[in-house]
Design a binder for this molecule. Sequence first.
Ligand code: MOS
Length: 707
Amino acid sequence: MEKISQSVVKKDHAPKVSGRSIYVADYPPEGVLCGKLLHSKVARAKILGVEVPKLPEGYFYVDARDVPGDNNVNIVLDDTPVFCRDTVEYIGEPIAMICGPDEKEVIRLRDECKVAYEELEPVLDFYSADEKFFDYNFGHGDVDKAFAEADKTYEEEFETGYQEQAYLETQGMMAEPEEGGRMFVHGSSQCAYYIHGAVMRALGCGPTGVHIKQDVTGGGFGGKEAFPSILGCQVAVAARKCGKPVRCVFDRREDMEYTSKRHPSFCRYKAAVKDGRVTALDIDVKFNAGAYSTLSAVVLQRGIIASPGIYNIPNVRVHGSAVKTNTSPCGAYRGFGGPQTFFAVEMFMSHIARDLGREPLEFKRTHLVKQGDQTSTCGKYHFPVPIPDMIDEVVRESDFENKRREYAKAQTGRYRRGIGMSMYFHGAGFTGAGERDLIKAVARLRKYKDGRVEVLASNGDIGQGVRTTFPKIVANELNLPLDQVFYEHPDTARVPDSGPTVASRSLMIVGELLRRAAIKLREQWKDGEEQEVEEHYKEPDFVIPFYIDKFEGDAYPTYAWAVNAIELEIDTYTGVARVLGAYGSFDVGTPVDYNVVMGQMEGGFLQGIGYASIEKMDYDSKGRIRNNSLSDYLIPTTMDVPRLKCMLHVEKYPDGPYGAKGAGELPLVGAPAAYLEAVEQALGGMKLNHAPFTAEDTLSAITKEVN
Ligand code: MOS
């Protein structure tokens, strides 16, 4: 193993395992007001008025009228209000915040607020919803001609449900007015500068009127990409009105019902096949965005760019839309649109193969992209595609071929087995020209007189380990012991904008800036002096510029690759599936810390298995999410996968630090297709098309077969 890959003890290990870490809920309550949101109880209504109970001394009611700046939260578009306008658009939408010193009293006052609603007809049927926030078309080749000339054509629909991030720490933000009028906002978050932009706008102040700091964060998985901007604005507005610190921490129920989740999807795929090959794909992707647009544009872009899978299809037409329904706005979750479309394309390719009398694995192998091929957006796979070798690794490790043959024989007992496989990529880094045109990352190193070096960047450690891996890179280049280099939680008053902690970009993009900064510092190192060096992002020369209006060019400079196999056993009496083994080969380039990367791979893979099998969430006919606790929404535990085998395949990326590529999101993306393919085999070869596929789904599928 390379020196840089050798694992170290994570810098935040001791405070976290000993319980000494201070999360936002842990700051002492003295002098801090507790804020509780008054959430809409109906999915769509005009607000006629709110009858607020008499507030005791020191208690406050805060709503849109108290927003000193603009009541629109800066996300991608600005349709999300800080506090609702004259209508509410989903159950849970924040109408106001009650603030005061005693939490119980605040809750009582909040619950006594009487909201007069004039109810309007909500849009809840995702299939017929037609108000489009975003609508994209792209493609290449001549799809109509390929269909006209086809030997055979196929058409199928695929669906995926919500997925809740279920981070250990719920959403929480706190705002503290500082002397001189500056507002300090801190809390559980991924993107300090996103919050900075949003709070500036809500308070109507300049960049120095507010600063944002990340507190120790108990998981994000994308769920803390945009939501903290909204909550950050709310506590900042409240603190401005109350003239005191205000903290709002969600309880689990609020968090599960009202914060962003993975977009439910509905995809229609059509294929033309000639001479045993897929010659064209005609794809329609639809995401349920919820009531406001938040991050749906970017989630949809990533989803549709990945929608033809990792196959070389000469003619492709893709249409994608994100539609409005009167439900909680969806947002970022590990994989960011990719899990939905990779599920669809992997199942579709597998079904076509079976219909043609071919083994899915063999069929997929003959369609794989390789280095030099064109991407779905007419960019290029610039680097080797290691998928064939990774398939071999997974086949060997899981004994795939033998099991696949064995389980294909008629099974009649109570317990039936199946094994399935998926293959996919995750585009490394921000989609499209975002890195070059929007983020323009800057990272800095500050050397102190005593020789210690501080990393100055805006990427938050959300468990993925950047507080450790960033210093590791710097220490490696400077030949310093690791304890001489440190990285605090980012505070926008102290660190440059190195961009958000999203899109598996932190280590690959910012880590490389830090590596180059460290080399610069090494070359000009002067003992006993304070020194600072800075690096700016520059797009690599090989990149074919991406244009979002045409969806053309390199959507990503490179790709992380993966192959998954899942083997399971179904109890046909109960419908419960037991995963016997989950095998993954993951190429994230060079691991900058082996344990950190393996933790990511295992955790993400398990999260993907949950998404495929037991994580079911839906709303009822009124638009209310029913699965609002961890006993109604199940996630996998360590007991659920006895054999979780992750392997690293290293295809180095020359523009990432030591060859590292984006890692965080990749391991979740492919589990649903591998899982469902295994279920299909265990159930005797039926064709399934929706995830999650729960025990209830299994039972109803079996019952249908019998009747
Ligand atoms: Mo991430 S899912 O790009 O916050």
